[in-house]
Design a protein around this ligand. Sequence first.
Ligand SMILES: NC(=O)c1ccc[n+]([C@@H]2O[C@H](COP(=O)([O-])OP(=O)(O)OC[C@H]3O[C@@H](n4cnc5c(N)ncnc54)[C@H](O)[C@@H]3O)[C@@H](O)[C@H]2O)c1
Length: 251
Amino acid sequence: MDWLTLSGRPALVVGAGGLGGASAVALAAQGAPVVLVDLDEERLESVSRAAKDAGGSVRTIAADLRSARRCREVVAEASGLAGVPQIFVHAVGRNVRRPVLELGDEDWRAIVELNLSTAYWLGRAVGALMVEAGYGRMTFVSSVSGLLAHADHAAYAATKGGLNQLLRVMAREWAARGVTVNAVAPGYIETGLTRDHLDRDGNREALESLVPARRLGVPEEIADAVTFLSSDRARFITGQVLYVDGGRVLV
Ligand SMILES: NC(=O)c1ccc[n+]([C@@H]2O[C@H](COP(=O)([O-])OP(=O)(O)OC[C@H]3O[C@@H](n4cnc5c(N)ncnc54)[C@H](O)[C@@H]3O)[C@@H](O)[C@H]2O)c1
């Protein structure tokens, strides 16, 4: 447990879904006081219970993050609850699977706003505090779609590619101030985001066949990578996108 040195380091995790929830539980189990933010109060409660079962503590804020102002407020609120964040994890996102010619303007706008704008708004607000404190570990949840050209993923892929570049610039600007900024890029993991798609038309088997490891991932495998990048063991790693995908981007 001491190896990761997370004990007493305040963590702000946004997104209580499959990947954010597992990350919040993993960080809390390592002793970080976690503040978890999501729209969905039931998910907040269930993650908070799981963290308690794992011997950790998670406090929650129910919030819709779709404005710069709300993001700033949430960061201030989280600092009041657990202390200025030393760890930040961005794990909110959505997808609409449609070909470019059928993707509506509203779908484009909503995906860009949630996947990319909230990363900028929250990253900026948390980054200001971390730079001032001279310490921080930020991890964004990107995707293999930020690299591969998956059909029907135009807006989603564009936001993940944009996120990868956003974090590289943040990493460069803040490297001398003790703040590291990285991403984990999951392959196919079964969560609320992917379940319906996986359950339809043989999609699960088709996707498994594209993964050299021949299986889907589980949320805990993403949480393990997030926990490492959030720790002092990763102190000289910054501006990186770590693929946690069973080899998906190799083929
Ligand atoms: N599951 C996968 O296979 C996979 C693969 C690659 C990348 N990702 C990325 O991982 C991240 C998390 O995905 P997940 O699989 O945990 O999805 P999920 O759907 O399980 O969780 C997303 C969470 O975001 C919350 N949310 C949505 N809109 C919000 C808003 N306006 N304000 C606050 N919270 C809001 C939802 O309530 C939900 O709890 C996303 O960025 C996603 O793109 C997931």
